[in-house]
Ligand binder design. Structure first.
Ligand SMILES: Cc1cc2nc3c(=O)[nH]c(=O)nc-3n(C[C@H](O)[C@H](O)[C@H](O)COP(=O)(O)O)c2cc1C
Length: 511
């Protein structure tokens, strides 16, 4: 079921007992984080939170803040308009089985066909609720001088907030050493200047002042690739950031889709209904008509890059300042009754675990198409996305675990995986304890490890150089004679099925 608006989703969460309303004033500087962090770390991901009176520099914002709205399996499914993420994954899987794609290109075509069948291609409309309030800004002259240091958050109080400006939005300062306020659930729309292909990615946005922000698209992301083309030609790059609207948008923006596949197609497929898009006020980019906020603007390739960060990140550490493009705001439009969606990242587990894990579930059929021996894949919360990946396989020939390691390291954002552990098909990869047991029991460390080199996540502070590092693959599968293993492999200890049944009958299933 498609959600007409983010507010409709928040109301549904409320009806289903998934929302805690907080009516006391709470500061957007650190206090919301402290409450949300406790909630996200409570069993099963806790509840979604709606801060009805968030304060910005002491003043109550006109816009409530919703957080942790995707932070459990149930809410993640609800954001997709489904009963469970498994149900969505099974449907996508059966689509792939009906006509297996042989490549990523074919996968894209197949998804396109599915969207056609559902009549879920985005369609252009003239107007929408995201334009109920419109504020346009004059373009500042291009800057050639180096940027001054980013202002301290407390300095923002000295700006005159002319509504609606960035400074009126209840944007969080998440952690004590953060370099300022950051928009943490932004969907960033860009276009390939050569092909016109659209991309929607989630890249955090640091607020520098009421009309300037950072643009944290990392080196290997599609927005950054589009950006590099503009830097080559020197042409001004239009960018639009939107927040809210259908709750499936943030998931689609974070999904590791191949470059060239429009995230609005995936979102339309998932919500089973076309997304209505409106043209921006100050550029030709299109954004969802039902968005809560739209921040329009541009990146100017003739300007120097600007220091972005520090930011308390997914990794559980602060990412230190790095140069990124500056984004200039040319317009802010919003719904009158807008809700500001946010998340926080930090030491796991956090809300983003469910976002990443849902991606893995959905894209597992695509991995299986390429590698039929794969049974399951898990990204444990402790590995914050790509640091650790566990894969179970049905091994039938020597060195197959190594084939999987190389294959996965070569697939899209799986390139960031630092530790890749391959286990047999009888291991539940979602049970970290089970994986560690097999890893310890089934490996001879030197023989079963593979070190290799490759691109790394730019957020990884442990690599000596940014964006490049080493990877460790561990083959924790049962060894075959064809792999040079000269001894008999012992059986795993398991009780007889008949005895288990008898004892279950006597005492019930206690384990
Ligand atoms: C909450 C959250 C925040 C994120 N922030 C960033 C970010 O600041 N920069 C970035 O490059 N990727 C960030 N990501 C990851 C990207 O959204 C993800 O890699 C996505 O697939 C990128 O899309 P693209 O391949 O279309 O560029 C974030 C993910 C989540 C869940």
């Amino acid at each position: 079921m498609a959600h007409a608006s983010y507010r409709a989703f928040v109301e549904q969460l409320d009806r289903e007992g998934e929302l805690r309303r907080i009516s006391e004033p709470v500061a957007t500087e650190l206090e919301i984080t402290e409450i949300a962090d406790r909630e996200m770390k409570s069993p099963g991901g806790g509840k979604a939170l709606l801060f009805e009176k968030p304060t910005v520099n002491g003043a109550v914002s006109p816009f409530p803040v919703a957080i942790n709205t995707m932070g459990s399996w149930k809410r993640m499914a609800m954001s997709m308009g489904a009963n469970s993420v498994d149900e969505v994954a099974a449907e996508l899987g059966s689509l792939m089985k009906a006509k297996p794609p042989m490549s990523f290109g074919e996968t894209i075509k197949l998804l396109g066909t599915a969207v056609d069948l559902r009549h879920a291609k985005p369609k252009r409309v003239k107007d929408g609720p995201c334009k109920e309030v419109i504020q346009k800004f004059d373009a500042p002259p291009p800057r050639t001088e180096p940027w001054p240091a980013a202002p301290d958050v407390s300095d923002l109080a000295t700006f005159d907030p002319r509504p609606p400006s960035l400074l009126d939005l209840p944007i969080l300062k998440c952690w004590p050493l953060d370099g300022g306020r950051f928009i943490t659930l932004p969907c960033v729309v860009t276009q390939d200047p050569d092909t016109g292909e659209r991309n929607v990615g989630m890249y955090r946005i640091q607020i520098y002042d009421d009309r300037t922000t950072g643009m944290h698209w990392q080196l290997q992301k599609v927005g950054a690739r589009h950006g590099r083309r503009y830097y080559e030609t020197g042409a001004r790059m239009p960018v639009a950031i939107f927040l809210g609207g259908d709750p499936v948008f943030p998931f689609a923006a974070t999904a590791p889709l191949p470059d060239g596949l429009d995230e609005f197609l995936l979102a339309g497929y998932l919500r089973k209904k076309s997304i209505e898009l409106v043209k921006c006020e100050t550029s030709d980019l299109e954004v969802p008509a039902n968005a809560d906020f739209v921040i329009e603007g541009y990146v100017d390739p003739t300007e120097p890059l600007r220091s972005e960060g520090p930011f308390g990140d997914h990794t559980g550490y602060y990412t230190l300042p790095e140069p990124y493009p500056a984004f200039h705001v040319t317009a802010i439009t919003h719904r009158k009754d807008a809700i500001y969606p946010a998340t926080i990242v930090g030491i796991p587990p956090m809300e983003d675990f469910y976002i990443g894990a849902a991606s893995v579930k959905l894209f597992l059929p695509i991995f299986k198409m390429n590698f039929p021996e794969i049974v399951d894949i898990a990204l444990p919360a402790e590995g914050v996305f790509h640091n650790a990946v566990f894969v179970s396989i049905r091994k039938t020939y020597p060195m197959q675990a190594y084939k999987i390691m190389h294959g996965l390291w070569g697939m899209g954002q799986m390139m960031f995986t630092k530790y890749l552990v391959v286990v047999d098909d009888d291991v539940d990869v979602h049970n970290t304890s089970d994986v560690l047991f097999r890893l310890c029991a089934n490996t001879d460390p030197q023989r079963d490890s593979l070190f290799t080199r490759g691109p790394s996540d730019v957020l990884d502070h442990a690599t000596s150089e940014i964006a490049m590092g080493t990877k460790l693959g561990i083959d924790a599968t049962r060894k075959l004679a064809g792999e040079g293993f000269k001894r008999p492999w012992p059986p795993l200890i398991r009780m007889d099925a008949a005895v288990r049944r008898k004892i279950d009958g006597l005492f019930g299933k206690t384990v």
